[in-house]
Design a protein around this ligand. Sequence first.
Ligand code: NDP
Length: 285
Amino acid sequence: MAEKSVLFAGDVRLPAIGQGTWYMGEKNSQRQKEVDALRAGIDAGLGLIDTAEMYADGGAEEVVGEALRGGLRDKVYLVSKVYPWNAGGKKAIAACEASLRRLHTDYLDLYLLHWRGNYSLAETVEVMETLISQGKIRRWGVSNLDYSDMQELWQLQGGKACVTDQVLYHLGSRGIEYDLLPWCQQQKMPVMAYCPLAQAGRLRDGLMQHREVLDIADAHNATAAQILLAWVISHSGVMAIPKAATVAHAQENAAALEITLSVEELALLDSAFPAPGRKTPLDVV
Ligand code: NDP
């Protein structure tokens, strides 16, 4: 069966599941386990890694840097994020350089504004262009921007060079389907779904134990987590970035690339977890 993939910036095709890193790098005792999980994920085909200067105060970037040692850097599409209060002028250059040092690399494939804040979007676009011209990043994007923010970005000079919007999206939180997701699909701009497992169900009680999800999992000889991922990536132009800190979870998540939910299964999940029929505030964690 063909693996699902997503086209980034019109030129890079990536498997529709990548790897998140939030909470990695917080405890030294877990470090090797996290490095092993990321490497197992890369080995199994999860070729995008998402991190941020925020995670463990740079500790997650250090774990990623360690995981990529020994020739793996070129196999990975590397994404990091800048804090809103660093997302303009010299601060952004310094923040990006610090991320590069921690990641032991000289460029990021993609640099995201983590959420909207202190600097105007115009100032952020300008500094992203500077970082590209300096060769420190290849592309830039945003995160946690809602439909109206994206309209504003699209009006700015250079705004349409944005490659993705990374937002919360899982079976139990479908607000983006009202306006943001269809608009991104129209622009052919991929959406990166964070918390695709609803943080192992912590964000939506009972999601991983729901009857419908478990029945469909049984039918595919799969786990509930795999069905949640297969559901996210069944949407055109959507990539999921689950975080796995064990080799077993990373491999399981990679195997979800092979699961295709039938029209009937999608309809069952739709009626168990309907998308809101009106505008709702963008869900965030
Ligand atoms: P996820 O929905 O990815 O859930 C992570 C949890 O699921 C962990 O407890 C993990 O356990 C568990 N898990 C992973 N794989 C499996 C599996 N196959 N079966 C059962 N449990 C599993 O939540 P995150 O918050 O981590 O979101 C994913 C990523 O998105 C983040 O790591 C980060 O990179 C990004 N993110 C971005 C945000 C933004 O503002 N832009 C906000 C939040 C997240 P274990 O670790 O033990 O494997």
